[in-house]
Design a binder for this molecule. Structure first.
Ligand SMILES: Nc1nc2c(ncn2[C@@H]2O[C@H](COP(=O)(O)OP(=O)(O)OP(=O)(O)O)[C@@H](O)[C@H]2O)c(=O)[nH]1
Ligand SMILES: [Zn+2]
Length: 295
């Protein structure tokens, strides 16, 4: 039989069998031959397993099917995309945190959709002031509200049929979004929220929730800070699609767009062709990476 690992705890893996009901889970150990090959099963892995006890739903993983990808953070396999939710109003959007998240996903080659939620209590100019910063960051940008339903159909389409890492600071509306989009998964999303809350004080395990046909959401604890991914400071600029065109005008080939003279990116910044908040965060990340390498 084939299925997907949705949770792994202490050497046990919980498998959702292909085309089984959403709630059906088989508890498996991994005694298969792949253990000799030094591969550790990950949440999100598609596996071949045998049922050992039909009644108690116990089984054994025999084979890990080829992975599309493997993420380090959150530790998982076969993730299609990430949706990161930030509130436009409260909690006030921390764009530095958002840029850290974008970078973390970009370095792992995971497409991101940014969901700016709670647009119902913001003025259009204020929404645009934030959204326009992200117009060419490489991520899709959605403006949503669970109060008046703005953007919800679009978000549903983004999620359907995919495995999505759902992330964002606490209180931005992640559970509300899930409850609105997948009301039949009400129980599970309530659980997501509870687990996130409990998770603040205990070790957490990555976990997938099946919310529809071939549709999985990975809950992640609401974050308040994010470490920068392990990139060379000179490579950081390559994760900013908004610099790409302007950097053709830089005098130096290796220009990192900070202190160099005749820098196309800084010129573009002055002309407001590059969003200033994105650039300021870039500079800060560059400095942070420089400091890290010193020690
Ligand atoms: N005005 C407004 N409030 C919202 C919206 N979506 C959620 N909220 C409110 O924001 C608060 C937090 O919502 P949750 O859905 O619990 O947020 P969360 O991201 O799941 O939070 P954690 O479970 O702490 O990670 C609740 O009081 C919601 O009613 C929205 O679109 N507009
Ligand atoms: Zn430059």
């Amino acid at each position: 039989m084939t299925g997907k690992i949705i949770r792994g705890v202490g050497g046990f893996y919980y498998i959702h069998p292909e085309s089984a009901e959403k709630d059906m889970l088989v508890e498996c150990k991994a005694k298969g031959i792949f253990r000799n090959r030094n591969v550790k099963p990950l949440v999100g892995d598609n596996v071949e397993f045998e049922m050992l006890d039909e009644e108690k739903k116990l089984g054994n993983i025999q084979e890990i099917l080829p992975r599309k990808n493997a993420l380090i953070r959150p530790a998982s396999a076969n993730v299609d995309q990430a949706v990161v939710v930030f509130a436009l109003s409260f909690p006030k959007p921390n764009l530095n945190l958002l840029d850290r998240f974008l970078l973390m996903m970009q370095t792992q080659d995971i497409p991101v959709t940014i969901c700016f939620n709670k647009c119902d209590d913001q003025k259009e100019e204020e929404i645009q002031a934030i959204v326009s910063q992200y117009r060419s960051c490489g991520a899709e940008v959605l403006v949503t509200s669970t109060v008046n339903g703005t953007g919800m159909d679009h978000l549903r389409k983004v999620l359907e049929g995919k495995t999505t890492v759902m992330a964002g600071p606490s209180g931005v509306g992640k559970s509300s979004v899930m409850n609105l989009l997948f009301p039949e998964a009400q129980m599970e999303t309530g659980e997501i929220s509870r687990k996130i809350k409990r998770g603040r004080h205990t070790t957490r395990h990555t976990e997938l929730f099946c919310i529809g046909n071939q549709t999985y959401i990975m809950d992640t604890p609401g974050f308040t800070s994010l470490r920068l991914p392990d990139v060379e400071k000179e490579d950081l600029r390559h994760y900013y699609p908004e610099f790409e065109e302007a950097s053709n005008a830089c005098r130096f080939l290796g220009c990192v767009h900070i202190n160099e003279p005749d820098c196309g990116v800084k010129d573009a910044l002055e002309k407001q062709e590059i969003p200033s908040a994105r650039y300021e965060n870039y500079k800060q990340f560059y400095e942070e990476l420089r400091q890290q390498k010193k020690y």
